[in-house]
Design a protein around this ligand. Structure first.
Ligand code: CA
Length: 302
């Protein structure tokens, strides 16, 4: 697991949580049902008004029907006017329901997650490094545990591998140029078990050792680790994107490995199936790449 503190794009998931959605949905359904009932009422009332009007006109045409015709006309008028009034009342009630209690509901909903979510402005600075930012950054995780990070400067690189490369997999192509437009910090090693435990209070790893990389963690665990690391250090921390990770791993090279194309040199740079003895090893023992990052090849997969 490798971390990179930078400015996250988009809102925090906590800030857009959906408490109150059920109540809103309830109101929407109530509004819909009221609308359908209103439509039915209006339709029936309108039809009754029209029928009464037609009967009234027909009575008026006959001898001595003026009195009955007038009665029917008045009845039709009353039904029509009542229908319109019921409609207006229904509209007012629905409006009050939607705008009155709902607006109070929303205020409550917004207020609740604020305490848990990091304030948006805290993520903008000073964790958003500029090109002039220090080349290295050390986070204090407490209890004497630190995490060293290195500044990765913006640039362009060719992402993916050519079809002709040995070991090429389909999801590594087609190759395409990617621009990393903003600098970011990247942990110089995989996250160790000591670092993980200092932040999370637990160590789920199968292969034990405080300086060994943490493993058996899910993406959700890793995301929670980043969130808690933010709470500890007030530095915006997140997982690197796939493009950022590959950019940092390649460190300016276009070869199969960051040290060249020849796998014979792999043992100097990585713990892999040929030398790992099927276990993880303390981080940072092999040679780093050109940008000072260790174990980008081998040990645990990122
Ligand atoms: Ca690795």
């Amino acid at each position: 697991m490798t971390t990179a503190p930078v400015v996250p794009t988009g809102p925090s998931p906590d800030a857009t949580g959906a408490p109150g959605t059920a109540k809103t949905a309830g109101l929407a359904v109530a509004s819909l049902v009221a609308g359908i009932l209103g439509l039915c009422t209006a339709g029936l009332g309108g039809i009754a008004g029209v029928i009464l009007g037609i009967f009234a006109l027909r009575k008026i045409g006959r001898s001595g029907g003026a009195l009955r015709g007038r009665g029917l006309a008045i009845a039709g008028l009353i039904v029509s006017v009542c229908t319109v009034l019921v409609w207006m009342l229904a509209a007012v009630v629905v409006g009050v329901l939607l705008l009155g209690p709902e607006s109070k509901l929303m205020e409550k909903d917004v207020a609740r997650p604020k305490a848990a979510a990091p304030p948006a402005d805290a993520r903008l600075s000073p964790a958003a490094p500029t090109a002039a930012a220090p080349a290295e950054l050390t986070l204090d995780l407490g209890g004497g545990v630190t995490m060293k990070m290195v500044l990765i400067r913006p640039g362009k690189f060719v992402m993916g591998s050519p079809d002709s490369e040995e070991g090429h997999q389909r999801n590594e192509g087609p190759q395409h140029e990617v621009t990393i437009s903003k600098p970011f910090y990247m942990g110089v090693t995989e996250v160790t078990q000591a670092q993980y435990e200092a932040v999370m209070g637990t160590n789920p790893s199968h292969f034990r050792g405080p300086t060994n990389p943490v493993e058996t963690v899910s993406w959700i665990d890793a995301t929670e680790f980043c969130r808690k690391l933010f709470e500890k250090t007030r530095q915006a921390v997140r997982l690197p994107t796939e493009a950022e990770w590959e950019y940092a791993c390649r460190a300016g090279t276009r070869t199969a490995y960051s040290f060249g194309d020849d796998p014979v040199a792999l043992g100097e740079h990585a713990w892999w199936a040929g030398n790992s003895d099927k276990t993880t090893h303390s981080v940072g023992q092999k040679k780093p790449n050109a940008w000072g990052l260790y174990d980008m090849h081998g040990n645990v997969r990122e």
